[in-house]
Design a protein. Structure first.
Length: 370
């Protein structure tokens, strides 16, 4: 056989392989059998309790819909994947899109997982409803929708609360150096300065940092009246313990990632405050969730429930065609939610409105500041 013929056959094999690979990885949810929905959640690691609570809400919604006959007579299957609240979000989205061929995705709730994951959903035109709060995440594209307030709201709220309500005009910032922490700290610092406040120190730490004494010593030397902590629970615990150890007495105020018993139960967190999105948590739903899943209510279980029901409502109306689902989400005015009385999106696919409340750590738990 001639060399040219071998080369020709080799080219045919390569082209065939490319075509086959393209078919194998292209998102193509089936129109029969179960409707597959992917869920990207932190099921291990420091935010695992948040993931498990969100999972419980999703599972309750899934059971209700399937017990009622599913969507158009088709049962709904949820494929849960562990994004570890980290860059593993990219692996999770690749699997859900290419291998599981899901019709839509719920999550992530961590910005560090959403940053690498959402562009994959966008590139494959998979409608995604998520809660991660870093300001720029919806810029991934027209297929991603957020049902939790952007940190563009939260950072501004925190700056205004510290400056106006607490009357503190000198602040330092300690942030986890990822999409969540950097986005939140940038918005906070910009708004605090606009109000006339002074940001006397701005320090970043890694997500897994266990020693922040260098950064906290710099902050103490700058003599702030308030310390804004854009941290995750693990790093938040390190911060409050080491801040107390070195005698840093500034008012401590954090973001919504600190809304976990892992943080609030630490004695050194006593007196710390943090902002969290304001959502409905009705007693009737709490009872239903406890009976159905054995899980106590919190905002994440309610958000998971609403996200699943929202997607189910849209798919029930337009089917699983990704373009139709995307268009329906963009135009939705969903009024059957539990957490929010209305879900609708602005031009950037963020919630049109956002409300926050302040929690104060006292005696090992969090109280809403009236």
């Amino acid at each position: 056989m001639s060399k040219n013929l071998w080369l020709g056959l080799g080219a045919v094999v390569i082209v065939a392989a490319v075509i086959w690979f393209g078919v194998a990885t292209k998102k193509a949810p089936t129109e029969t059998g179960p409707i597959r929905i992917g869920a990207s959640l932190p099921l291990t690691g420091e935010a695992a309790s948040l993931g498990e609570q969100t999972k419980a809400g999703i599972e309750l919604a899934q059971k209700e819909i399937n017990d009622a006959g599913g969507i158009g007579g088709r049962q709904v299957e949820v494929i849960f994947e562990d994004d570890k609240c980290a860059k593993d979000g990219a692996d999770v989205f690749n699997k859900l899109v290419s291998l599981d061929k899901v019709a839509a995705i719920i999550g992530p709730l961590c910005s560090s997982a959403a940053g690498p994951g959402l562009p994959i959903a966008q590139a494959n035109h998979v409608p995604t409803v998520f809660w991660a709060s870093a300001p720029g995440l919806t810029k991934a594209g027209e297929y991603v929708f957020r049902t939790y307030p952007s940190d563009a709201f939260q950072g501004k709220f925190a700056a205004e609360y510290i400056y106006n309500t607490l009357g503190k005009h000198k602040a330092a910032v300690l942030y986890v150096n990822n999409d969540y922490g950097k986005g939140l700290s940038d918005v906070f610092a910009a708004r605090f300065k606009e109000l006339g406040g002074e940001v006397v120190e701005n320090e970043g730490v890694t997500q897994t940092a266990t020693d922040m004494r260098t950064e906290l010593s710099k902050i103490k030397a700058a003599d702030p009246e308030a310390l804004y902590m854009a941290l995750y629970p693990g790093s938040g615990v390190v911060a409050v313990k080491q801040a107390k150890a070195i005698g840093l007495s500034a008012v401590r105020f954090g973001g919504d990632a600190l809304d976990l018993k892992e943080f609030t139960s630490v004695p050194e967190a006593e007196g710390a405050m943090y902002s969290v999105g304001k959502f409905n948590q009705p007693e009737a739903f709490a009872t239903k969730l406890k009976q159905g899943t054995g899980t106590d209510i919190n905002i994440y279980s309610v958000l998971g429930y609403d996200a699943f029901r929202l997607l189910a409502s849209v798919i029930s109306s337009v089917g699983t065609d990704s373009q139709k689902v995307r268009d329906a989400l963009a135009a939705v005015n969903y009024t059957e939610g539990v957490a929010l009385s209305e879900i609708s999106f602005d031009a950037d696919r963020d919630l049109k409105t956002a409300q926050y409340e302040v929690h104060l750590v006292h005696n090992g738990s969090a109280e809403i500041v009236k």
